[in-house]
Write a protein that binds this ligand. Structure first.
Ligand SMILES: NC(=O)c1ccc[n+]([C@@H]2O[C@H](COP(=O)([O-])OP(=O)(O)OC[C@H]3O[C@@H](n4cnc5c(N)ncnc54)[C@H](OP(=O)(O)O)[C@@H]3O)[C@@H](O)[C@H]2O)c1
Length: 266
């Protein structure tokens, strides 16, 4: 199926690793020109190089999106090569805290990183989409924003904020040809997740092979109907759909990609 992404230009924030990297690579595979963004030059360039080596097109943009100055620089570099058709707000982190250890400063800092980073890019990129009457704005949210746990309260709240402003933006973009949607991943198999589970496995008796360990860990930690962690490529596939003309009638929605982890109707 042709997703009609050839020739579109996409900025994926936080694409020097993890989900953002998978999203950037998937968009490039579908023919989009991708702006790969991160703070770490070596990691960000490595992703752009890999896209180039696979026959795709990528440029690099570096900057810390918790500051206005760097956000200006990132947007300027991204827009220098042409308009941005697809903005994927993916930057984020989940520093481990609970209700007892998360200070007011922790709550404030994670809001700055996980929420306002996206707002900064929307303010810089979406006006240019208006000029052309077409655009896609996609936030990476998460299941913990819909069904929060006791742990990571500050992080959970930022995911809920992303889902919430996604809808507000969709209403603001009414009739513009620009859509705003969120993708809400469940627990995804990243390098960090694999290390965390592998470290816990011997004490919890989850098994010997990765397949056994993953199945048992998921049942205990994040039970879902598919019985495994998600893969970054599965999040990227949802972003691909929302990025193209085929999703023109989809706006203000949160697409859950979580194996059925979230039990309610959202
Ligand atoms: N992994 C999951 O299971 C999962 C589940 C639900 C939602 N999510 C969401 O998905 C997104 C990506 O998660 P991930 O696990 O792929 O994370 P990750 O591998 O840690 O990647 C985070 C990315 O954000 C960039 N970044 C971090 N702080 C930044 C800052 N201040 N300014 C600019 N860039 C910054 C990093 O760039 P540098 O390394 O170059 O600094 C990196 O490219 C996050 O928003 C997260 O909340 C993840």
């Amino acid at each position: 199926m042709d997703l009609q992404l050839t020739g579109k230009r996409a900025l994926v924030t936080g694409s020097s690793s993890g989900l953002g990297e998978a999203i950037a690579k998937a968009l490039a595979t579908e023919g989009a020109q991708v702006v790969v963004h991160g703070r770490d030059r070596a990691r960000t360039e490595a992703v752009a190089d890999a896209i180039g080596a696979a026959g795709g097109s990528a440029v690099v943009s570096l900057g810390d999106l918790t500051t206005d100055d760097d956000a200006d620089a990132v947007a300027e570099t991204a827009l220098a090569g042409g308009p941005i058709d697809i903005l994927v707000n993916n930057v984020g982190a989940a520093p481990h805290r609970d209700w007892e250890t998360a200070t007011a400063t922790d709550w404030s800092q994670i809001y700055e990183l996980n929420v306002i980073s996206g707002i900064r890019m929307i303010r810089r990129v979406v006006p240019r989409m208006h000029e052309r009457g077409w655009g896609r704005v996609i936030q990476i949210g998460g299941g913990l924003g819909l069904q929060p746990t006791a742990d990571l309260p500050h992080y959970n709240a930022t995911l809920a904020a992303r889902h919430n402003y996604t809808v507000s933006l969709a209403r603001r973009l009414k009739g513009s040809g620009i859509t705003s949607n969120a993708v809400a991943p469940g627990a995804i198999l990243t390098g960090n997740a694999r290390q965390y589970i592998t470290d816990l496995a011997p004490d919890r008796g989850w098994g010997e092979t990765w397949e056994e360990i993953e199945r048992n860990a998921i049942e205990e930690l994040v039970p879902n109907d598919v019985g495994r962690l998600g893969r970054a490529e599965e999040i990227a596939a949802a972003v691909l759909y929302l990025s193209g003309p085929l999703a023109a009638y989809v706006t203000g929605t949160t697409l859950r990609v979580d194996g059925g982890t979230i039990r309610g109707i959202h």
